[in-house]
Ligand binder design. Sequence first.
Ligand SMILES: [Zn+2]
Length: 380
Amino acid sequence: MQRTIALTLDPNPGVVRTVQTFNEVTNFFLGIGFANNTHSTKLLQKLGYEEARKRWPALQSSLVQGARDCAKEMLKREKGKRLPVKKPNSSARFNQRTFKAYLDSGVLSLSTVEGRQKVPLRIPPYFHRYSHGEVVSLRVRCDHGVLRADLIVDLPDTALPSLSKESTVVGVDRGIINIAVTSRNDFFHSRDLRRVRGRNRHLRARLQAVGTRSAKRRLQRLSGRERRFQADVNHCIAKEVVSRPFDVLALEDLHIGMDKKSGRRFNRKLGGWAYAQLESFLKYKCEEVGRRIVLVPPEYTSKDCSRCGARGVRKGSEFVCHSCGSSLNADLNAARNIAYRGMSLIGRPHVNGPIVAGNEMWDGNQVDPSYKPPVLTGGN
Ligand SMILES: [Zn+2]
């Protein structure tokens, strides 16, 4: 797996000029590619390389090729519809021929327009856990005069547990009121998040009514702050969920069956980038500690009874099943259905219970392995 170490470099005019030159050369290749309606590496090389070397002799040949490849990717994305332009201070990419990072001694050596330079490399403490990895590439950009570097590190994959009858599966339901609920009764609610949103909603309406440029700027800052807050909440939830003991995490697959028939709850789920973000954080953290993730079909996870499988009804935040008479928190019911689907997906025959659910005992062995149709096999 790959991880990124983000850090700041000391002020260095040579590196800044290198970043800017890299972007000039990229724009040069972009112009050529657009004019000739191509994103072929071979053609870009043939049409532009010699000229680029002549015009920007100080830029090392590998960096010129890097700029060419960067232009190729941007042209490919635009599909010839528009001429893409690279901003002067945006990221320049260095490959293994143009830089070397010595994580132990804290030195970064890189090719610049002023020759090879050595700059101090200070890895923030948080990233020390990646320092055993192999540094494979480097991106440097100039952010309001500050040099920011991303070191891309290749780390050995953590071994995944083999699946067996003993594998424990935890289902996670993602929602609005409760951001996440696990089948093990962990509730992560969104009270703080909603408070921030509520406070901002009022301010936003006022700013939108004003409509001046400075009001628009404030609106933008506001949405940035809200996003960062949500990201922080998602990080905390993902960290907490992954810290619990389990082998497999089951989530609803919100990428499938996107049609209007799927219902309001489901469509709302799809719309929120926050759900996708929580999913990516969970995947990321599971990958690091060697846990598996399965995505399960989302249909009826909130409508079926997790105890007997019959279709139930929702009363406020409660799920009520008239078939078996069980009644429990609706999100918890969904999380358990998700866990069951995860189990049947990995072919796990039984849940090893009992798992204590509030004041009721939840014996997972009551559930049929194939889930459809669920059959009650044990006593209550
Ligand atoms: Zn039931």
